[in-house]
Design a protein. Structure first.
Length: 108
């Protein structure tokens, strides 16, 4: 059991370090990741804490709490990525239109 906990903490630490040193992250994003990292480490070290927090929110078990949080964060990430891809789509469309106009002027 200790080996699995150490493995999970090491993997989370690597992800955390990669995110922390990546560029163009806003301060609140970094703070959110730091908070999430610390909560996950606490839940990994002592899973009993997740049960205590779950009972505070009237959720059956800590496993259910972790599942609900995971579903919410995954949905949020999907929404953010979708909005970002829409922004990229419109930027690409604008670039293509500008290039098409330049090419049309050259053909005249």
């Amino acid at each position: 059991m200790i080996i699995i906990k150490l493995f999970l903490i090491i993997v989370l630490s690597i992800i955390f370090i990669l995110f922390a040193f990546s560029t163009k992250k806003r301060t609140f994003q970094k703070l959110f990741v730091v908070f999430g990292y610390l909560v996950l480490v606490v839940f990994i070290v002592d899973p009993g804490y997740s049960d205590k927090v779950a009972h505070l929110f009237s959720i059956g078990t800590g496993k259910d709490l972790v599942l609900y949080i995971f579903a919410a964060i995954t949905s949020l990430i999907n929404i953010v990525l979708y909005i970002g891809s829409k922004g990229h789509d419109s930027a690409i469309t604008k670039i293509i239109r500008e290039n098409a106009k330049k090419d049309a002027k050259k053909c005249r």
